[in-house]
Design a binder for this molecule. Structure first.
Ligand SMILES: O=P(O)(O)OC[C@@]1(O)O[C@H](CO)[C@@H](O)[C@@H]1O
Length: 402
């Protein structure tokens, strides 16, 4: 069957670089659908004593991805109609023909259907990724990272601020979806292996002068080893007057394995508050800030939608417009911010994000092909390195559009 979709429907409009799909043999996106997703289905299958219904549904999803076409959500799924609309151009086609962003999002939504997350049965509301999140939170690496906070207490404020910003940035490297079979190995802990390919850290701090009574929005990404340093940074912003109020935006449901939901925020705050030393003190202050409404948690449905931020609904746009700065964490948020396309690396970050309702800072380790805003010389050097710098999580960036 020929492709009868219009340029608009495929996202391959004139003048724009192609939208990334799973089609390209050897591409990173293809490896996600061909290897990472099947491995994840297996991991979830192994982590729970599911009944025959869930097991059959997981096997069917696995088979559908490899051999079938994209099927709609189950009858009775609360958002079936919404996804019928969102998937108008993709349902009934092979999974590998869908855009990377849409197909990946829909995969996670289908996984939730398969395990009965929205169903009427006993598995309703049981996060299929909870065992992985829990193991990370109680592991030795988090323990070490919490203890390391004691070393920062005596640093001058500016140095501490910079260290905490970088901890939040590199926390994005600790991504549960990024490990295990089908995922690139997590770079060894400790110091980052690569460097920053862009560093607008100074511009970020200049947008948050102490005492400005600003609201800062943080669009969170992963829980655990990423959300903990995010919360530590939030504490610093509130404590040192860089922000008067912080709104932490999390996902309304399980997504991309380790993405933070409200329950995960609660677990991370509990983990911090239960620790000794500086970590415990930060945990106590975060609890207090939440109780006083100085740290608000929101879980807007759009954060699990398969679209770039250019399509954000009016209420979210209005909310972000009122922030002095939106800090946007992680790789997927970056893809959604600039558009999941094969942009030339030197495309202007400022121009691509001009639509965003207010000043925005992207904090992201590089874990997919999309990157913009690089200096031509830096890009040349990276390309010459022969290293998988775009996808391996060894490099990171801080990009700001004031
Ligand atoms: O948004 P995050 O947590 O930084 O990264 C999510 C991620 O691991 O998932 C996708 C592949 O599954 C990639 O685009 C990206 O690297």
């Amino acid at each position: 069957m020929g492709d009868t979709r219009t340029a608009d429907e495929t996202g391959q409009g004139p003048g724009l670089p192609p939208v990334i799909t799973f089609r390209e043999p050897g591409s990173f996106a293809r490896s996600v659908m061909a290897e990472r997703h099947p491995a994840l289905i297996q991991q979830v299958r192994d982590a729970f004593p599911y009944g025959p219904r869930q097991l059959r549904a997981l096997d069917a999803l696995l088979h559908e991805i490899a051999h079938g076409v994209v099927e709609p959500l189950d009858h009775g799924s609360p958002d079936r109609d919404l996804w019928l609309e969102w998937g108008r151009e993709h349902l009934g086609r092979p999974w590998f023909d869908t855009p990377f962003l849409w197909g990946e999002s829909y995969f996670y939504r289908r996984l939730l259907d398969a395990v009965g997350y929205f169903g009427e049965g006993p598995w309703r509301g049981v996060d299929p990724f909870a065992p992985f999140k829990r193991a990370e939170l109680s592991g030795g690496t988090v323990e070490e990272e919490l203890r390391a906070l004691d070393d920062l207490v005596h640093l001058p404020a500016a140095e501490r601020a910079s260290a905490l910003l970088h901890a939040s940035l590199w926390g994005n490297r600790a991504d549960l979806g990024f490990r295990g079979p089908g995922g690139a190995p997590e770079p060894a802990g400790g110091t980052p292996a690569g460097g920053l390919v862009a560093d607008d850290g100074a511009a970020l701090w200049s947008l948050l002068p102490p005492g400005a009574r600003a609201t800062v929005a943080v669009i969170a990404d992963n829980t655990g080893r990423e959300l903990i340093p995010d919360l530590v940074l939030v504490d610093h912003l509130l404590r040192h007057g860089h922000a008067d109020r912080v709104v932490l935006h999390v996902k309304p449901g399980p997504y991309y394995v380790s993405d933070a939901m409200t329950a995960d925020v609660a677990d991370c705050v509990r983990r911090l508050a239960g620790a000794s030393g500086e970590a415990g003190a930060i945990g106590g202050r975060i609890r207090e800030a939440m109780g006083a409404g100085r740290l608000d948690v929101r879980a807007h449905a759009f954060f699990c939608a398969p679209f770039p931020y250019g399509r954000m609904p009016g209420d979210l746009r209005e909310e972000l417009a009122s922030a002095a700065l939106t800090i946007l964490k992680g790789d997927l948020n970056y893809r959604r911010l600039v558009g999941d396309r094969l942009w030339p690396g030197t495309t202007s970050f400022t121009e691509l994000t001009a639509y965003f309702p207010g000043p925005v800072a992207a904090l992201r380790t590089l874990k997919s092909d999309v990157v913009v805003g690089l200096e031509p010389r830096a890009l040349e050097e990276l390309e010459r390195s022969g290293h998988a710098w775009r996808t391996s999580g060894t490099h990171a960036l801080i990009q700001v559009r004031p």
